[in-house]
Design a binder for this molecule. Structure first.
Ligand SMILES: Nc1ncnc2c1ncn2[C@@H]1O[C@H](COP(=O)(O)OP(=O)(O)OP(=O)(O)O)[C@@H](O)[C@H]1O
Ligand SMILES: [Mg+2]
Length: 256
């Protein structure tokens, strides 16, 4: 970090600071000078057509993909372009991929226990006795994820929506500062979708969150600032009503 960066109040007050990020794959530009700033404690919804670069942006944030150029800073001080995936997870960036990846043969509770005991970004492989602090954490997460009545069930028997919530719970167990959630409500019922919006709003009271989603009913229920990406850059940003009224957003995305 340079002295100039230290003097940048936008950077120092942000949990996530992306400035001019470009990524190309074999000459195809997936991100073109993408800039996005997330304030500490903010939840942001990211929308945009297929191929807009939403997942690639998450890949850059988590160190999976190195940008060709641009600045990516976490918590005002960590340069994400210089850290590897494990370091970034350890710093406190948790990511949920679209497909749930819970341990199907273990109970809900054991899934959370594994997550809580493992160092951030690592899945523990051994079970042990849960300490009282761990127990309290798991109880709290079970309530947040609406799984308190399902703790003893094997995860494989949960509904698709419940598996997604369990995986969000496993992320929470690692106590991340920033959560990245990619298309959480894809394949969910309307009731599960509404419950997921409520759940994320609760989580956002104590965490910074970036949610990518195509479901506009869900995005409306989140009630947060929206960024629309298109062709690897920000097309529009503001309330959902503002972004939805943007003629280019209608043209390239909502009017499909
Ligand atoms: N590893 C890769 N190698 C080559 N091309 C890639 C790679 N990852 C992404 N791309 C391309 O980059 C572009 C952006 O993809 P990305 O997955 O970020 O879009 P997205 O906004 O997440 O889309 P969707 O809404 O469909 O999930 C796409 O054209 C995609 O094919
Ligand atoms: Mg994607």
């Amino acid at each position: 970090m340079t002295l100039a960066d230290t003097a940048n109040p936008t950077l120092t007050s942000s949990i996530l600071y992306l400035d001019g990020i470009s990524v190309s794959f074999d000459g195809y530009k997936a991100l073109r000078e993408l800039s996005l700033v997330l304030q500490r404690g903010e939840m942001r919804a990211i929308i945009g057509p297929n191929g807009a670069g939403k997942t690639t942006m998450m890949d850059v944030i988590t160190g999976k993909t190195r940008p060709d150029s641009g600045e990516a800073m976490f918590d005002g001080k960590y340069d994400l372009t210089r850290l590897d995936e494990a370091d970034i997870a350890t710093l406190g960036i948790g990511r949920k991929f679209q497909k749930p990846t819970v341990f199907e043969n273990h109970t809900v509770e054991d899934n959370l226990l594994l997550a809580v005991k493992a160092p951030r970004g690592v899945r523990a492989t051994l079970f042990g006795r849960a300490e009282p602090g761990v127990r309290a954490t798991i109880d709290r997460i079970l309530v947040t994820t609406r799984l308190q009545d399902h703790r003893a069930r094997v995860a494989g028997s949960l509904s698709h929506g419940q598996k997604q919530w369990l995986e969000i719970g496993m992320l929470l167990a690692q106590d991340p500062k920033l959560l990245l959630v990619d298309e959480p409500v894809a394949g969910m019922t309307d009731a599960e979708t509404a419950a997921t919006a409520e759940l994320l709003r609760e989580i956002a009271r104590t965490h910074s969150v970036v949610v990518v989603e195509h479901d506009m009913t869900f995005v409306r229920e989140l009630g947060v600032k929206v960024t629309c990406l298109h062709e690897g850059a920000v097309l529009a940003e503001g309330t959902l009503d503002q972004v939805s009224a943007h003629p280019r957003v209608v043209e390239v995305y909502l009017g499909r």
